[in-house]
Design a protein around this ligand. Structure first.
Ligand code: NAP
Length: 499
């Protein structure tokens, strides 16, 4: 029987749900050692959403010890690869089976439309685990060239205990980007989700146990970054931190690693991605790509196309088309309404930050084309309408700071050389795009934009086969694709002499 996803269906599910907010250690849901909790407020209506365990140093110590024990016993690490695959495939299937529940929990925490949580976030989380499950029995080691009396095996071995620290914008997606390759490689993981988005992390861990992942291989410690995240990143028995979040905290993580055991660090950080549109481009395609690229997920996307570099003569026409796409397609409404395309911002403080950045931009001389204002305040939730602003220059704060809200900044340019210079005039290098009908120019510009991903005449296309990550202060290391496995492994040479 297929479910009919109506607003009433989701309202009933919300009324019947009491989200679990414990920490998950050694295959069991438990309380923080101190017994402390904090209340997560729902962005959709400003009401209490869940009571979450406030983990601390003692909980991190317990989780790391459990992960280390699981690694040492080899119950997972040394498991027959085809058996490992079966466990991970079962886990992916359980995520699909429980997708409605996971989607609702994601929306309670983040305020994103529940149908996006279902059709995008939960679906991609399951697909990611499946993708890496399939890799378990398809990875080969190497034999290095040697003389006839020797054999040198070059083995790829798991690192040990991975600390994963994740943000709140796409919790399930980003967590499975780390869990999939780390676990397929044979590591144990201690995950610290963002304090704003703990609920799906806990359920993912329960479902992993149900699928047969041995106890201790995947633990979740909820709580604050300054407490749990810092304790994990400073821990002497953690071999690597796989981090996604802001550039500011990414720099702290590198410092923690340097101060302690030189643990590996992989950093997926912020962005201020340029989308360059030349006058010869298909403006309808460009407008659609800009609007969806910038406003999807209420702009809370690391690689959002937040800087539109438009050839001077087309600025007005392009902005008019962006407004048209936004009005017709990108419905801002209650997250439980199935027709909603964008929902609430993550929390009250973030709402204030986004509106404050807009005000500062206006004071500096930016011109509002449309939107960028608080709406639906009567719901008690944190909603901002998609907004477009013409910046006086690329020096303007709206063009430089990562706003992480549905705010597009437009900067006109006159020549190809200027477009490339402006595109690269940022500390970030996560993504970019170029729209033109001149393919020689498309390839020149895409080569010259310094970013981990550059799209030509489209935006935000990807599959699990394409690596994702940044250049410059957007970090280093790659999520997704077969290459993501490498960062959770080390090379070990075993040299044998034939006697
Ligand atoms: P954030 O403030 O940097 O937090 C990320 C994680 O780090 C959270 O779990 C946070 O915990 C934790 N944390 C905070 N302070 C810490 C500390 N001193 N030590 C250890 N951990 C600490 O980022 P966010 O606001 O959650 O997410 C938005 C940022 O993530 C944006 O900059 C966005 O561009 C970036 N992002 C990047 C990618 C990518 O793939 N490149 C993807 C998504 C998001 P608490 O939340 O509990 O404080």
């Amino acid at each position: 029987m297929t479910t009919e996803y109506t607003r009433a269906y989701w309202e009933k599910a919300l009324a019947e749900t009491t989200p679990k907010g414990g920490i998950y250690i050694d295959g069991k849901l438990t309380r923080a050692e101190t017994g402390l909790t904090f209340t997560r407020i729902r962005p959709m209506d400003g009401k209490p959403g869940a009571e979450i365990a406030r983990g601390g140093q003692a909980d991190v110590d317990r989780a790391v010890a459990s992960a280390r024990k699981a690694f040492a016993t080899g119950l997972w690490r040394k498991k027959d690869p085809s058996e490992k695959k079966k466990v991970m495939v079962r886990w992916a299937e359980l995520i699909r089976k429980n997708a409605d529940e996971l989607a609702l929990l994601e929306t309670i925490d983040t305020g994103k439309p529940v149908m996006a949580s279902l059709n995008v976030d939960a679906r991609l989380a399951a697909d990611c685990i499946q993708y890496y499950a399939e890799m378990c029995d398809k990875l080969y080691d190497e034999i290095a060239p040697t003389g006839p009396n020797d054999r040198a095996l070059v083995r790829k071995v798991p690192l040990g205990v991975i600390g994963a620290i994740t943000p709140w914008n796409y919790p399930m997606i980003i967590e499975t980007w780390k869990l999939g390759p780390a676990l397929a490689a044979g590591n144990s993981v201690v995950l610290k989700p963002a304090e704003q988005s703990s609920l799906t992390a806990i359920r993912l861990a329960e479902l992993a146990s149900e699928a047969g992942l041995p106890d201790g291989v995947f633990n979740v410690i909820t709580g604050y970054g300054e407490e749990v995240g810092k304790a994990l990143a400073l821990h002497m028995d953690v071999d690597m931190i796989a981090f996604t979040g802001s550039t500011e905290v990414g720099k702290l993580i590198m410092g923690y690693a340097a101060q302690t055991n030189l643990k590996r660090v992989a950093l997926e950080l912020g962005g201020k991605s340029p989308l360059v549109v030349f006058a010869d481009a298909n403006l309808d395609a460009a407008a659609s790509a800009v609007a969806w690229g910038c406003f999807y997920n209420s702009g809370e996307t690391c690689h959002a196309s937040t800087r539109l570099l438009a050839e001077r003569g087309i600025v007005d026409a392009l902005v008019a088309k962006i407004k048209d796409v936004t009005d017709r397609e990108i419905t801002l409404a209650h997250p439980l309404d199935p027709s909603t395309q964008i929902g609430a911002l993550i929390e009250d403080a973030h709402l204030g930050k986004v509106l404050g950045m807009v005000d500062a931009g206006l004071r500096e001389g930016a011109k509002r084309a449309f939107g960028g204002e608080r709406v639906m305040a009567e719901t008690g939730g944190y909603y901002v309408s998609p907004g477009v602003f013409i910046a006086p220059s690329n020096e303007a704060s709206l063009a430089r700071q990562e706003i992480f809200g549905p705010i597009l900044t437009v900067i006109p340019f006159d020549t190809e050389e200027e477009a490339v210079r402006l595109a690269n005039d940022t500390i970030y290098g996560l993504a970019g795009a170029v729209f033109t009908s001149d393919m020689s120019r498309a390839h020149r510009v895409s080569e010259d934009i310094q970013a981990g991903t550059v799209w030509i005449n489209t935006y935000d296309m990807s599959t699990f086969a394409t690596p994702f990550g940044g250049f410059k202060q957007s970090g280093f290391g790659r999520d997704r694709s077969v290459h993501a496995i490498d960062k959770y492994c080390d090379y070990k040479t075993i040299w044998q002499r034939f006697l």
